[in-house]
Design a protein around this ligand. Structure first.
Ligand SMILES: Cc1cc2nc3c(=O)[nH]c(=O)nc-3n(C[C@H](O)[C@H](O)[C@H](O)COP(=O)(O)OP(=O)(O)OC[C@H]3O[C@@H](n4cnc5c(N)ncnc54)[C@H](O)[C@@H]3O)c2cc1C
Length: 308
């Protein structure tokens, strides 16, 4: 069994940024990562100053090299369980049966995007079915865009997507719009297609949406607000408090309701972009190191008092 000062579960931008700060702070740190970051299906990442257009895997490979250069360890492994063994000790169990301990934990396991069940949609995910206009809207600017509605935020979302094209259509269930919503959409020339999408059509690339009533609406890209589900089961095992939707309760540095356990990135913040997730990882790492220093002081003072 190996002992670490900090174990980080999840080696996406949040986890690796934290590992970089902690390894540079000369902490014994281990990152464990299953290797399935959320944006893996995307060819390029955008909106990260100085990294715009980089393949997501290249950012993570660079980050891993930087962490390892400072002595941080990275293990390609899945954490299956976490157990608190004492006030300042956590046991980390791997899916293959190995076990490690850590004084502090950072959980950066991301989230799961649940897409509406429309045939053909999932196959085009991250190609011409997109979720975030800030990530990929520029790449489909001025095209014939569609927004899949039906969720509470879909109308506002269509208004935001409108920033990238004059040709936007909102697909929405029949009679689902209020008078205000309808007039705001019409005022900004956003088309309204009422009914149920039956299938996403593809001819080399996405070509349109067929409705259940047989209409075909030509589109070259679709924006879909997914349902974000926090990958929180390890936090629940530790007894971390969550809100009604399962998002962990945390302070501004990512400390959860369980002392010694921090979160960063999409596991606690569905709005976090890559740069935000990395920033949250960095902030949590600084808070974790400060917490360890406070404990190191207490241990040193007790030992001093005992004359050791
Ligand atoms: C299709 C798509 C495209 C995107 N494009 C962009 C973009 O262009 N620009 C941008 O800023 N943002 C983009 N995003 C958002 C971006 O993916 C997130 O902001 C970012 O991934 C959040 O980082 P994270 O570290 O919190 O989580 P993740 O990157 O998802 O990393 C979490 C890691 O934890 C690992 N993990 C989970 N559970 C365990 C476990 N039990 N044990 C070990 N490891 C585990 C996972 O395998 C994964 O590697 C995109 C998202 C999607 C879905």
């Amino acid at each position: 069994m190996s002992n670490y000062e900090v174990i980080i579960v999840g080696g996406g931008p949040a986890g690796l940024a934290a590992a970089l700060v902690l390894s540079r702070a000369r902490r014994r740190v281990l990152v464990m990562d299953t290797g399935e970051p959320r944006n893996a299906p995307a060819a390029h990442l955008h909106g990260f100053l100085s990294r715009d257009g980089m393949p997501p895997g290249e950012l993570l490979a660079t980050g891993r090299n930087e962490v390892e250069a400072y002595g941080g360890e990275i293990l390609n492994a899945t954490v299956s369980d976490l157990v608190q063994c004492g006030k300042s000790s956590f046991s980390v169990l791997l899916a293959d049966g190995r076990r490690m301990t850590a004084r502090r934990l950072l959980i950066a396991t991301g989230l799961i995007d649940e897409l509406p069940d429309i045939p053909g949609l999932q196959d085009r995910w991250a190609r011409d079915v997109l979720h975030c206009p800030y990530c990929h809207g520029y790449e489909v600017r001025d095209q014939a865009l569609g927004v899949i509605g039906g969720s509470p935020d879909a109308v506002r979302y269509a208004q935001i997507v409108r920033q990238w094209s004059d040709d936007v259509v909102l697909f929405t269930p029949t009679d689902s719009l209020s008078i205000d919503q309808r007039s705001q959409l019409v005022a900004r020339s956003i088309g309204i297609v009422e009914g149920t999408p039956e299938r996403v059509l593809v001819e080399n690339h996405l070509s349109g949406v067929r409705m259940e009533d047989g209409r075909v609406i030509p589109r070259t890209a679709l924006f879909v607000p997914p349902r974000f589900v926090p990958n929180n089961h390890l936090l629940l095992r530790l007894g971390c408090e969550t809100d009604g939707d399962g998002w962990p309760v945390k302070d501004s540095q990512g400390l959860t309701s369980v002392p010694g356990v921090w979160v960063a990135g999409n596991v606690a913040n569905p709005r976090a972009q890559v740069i935000t997730a990395a920033g949250e990882g960095s902030a949590s790492a600084i808070a974790i190191n400060a917490d360890l220093v406070a404990e190191d002081i207490r241990i040193a003072v007790d030992a001093f008092a005992l004359g050791h």
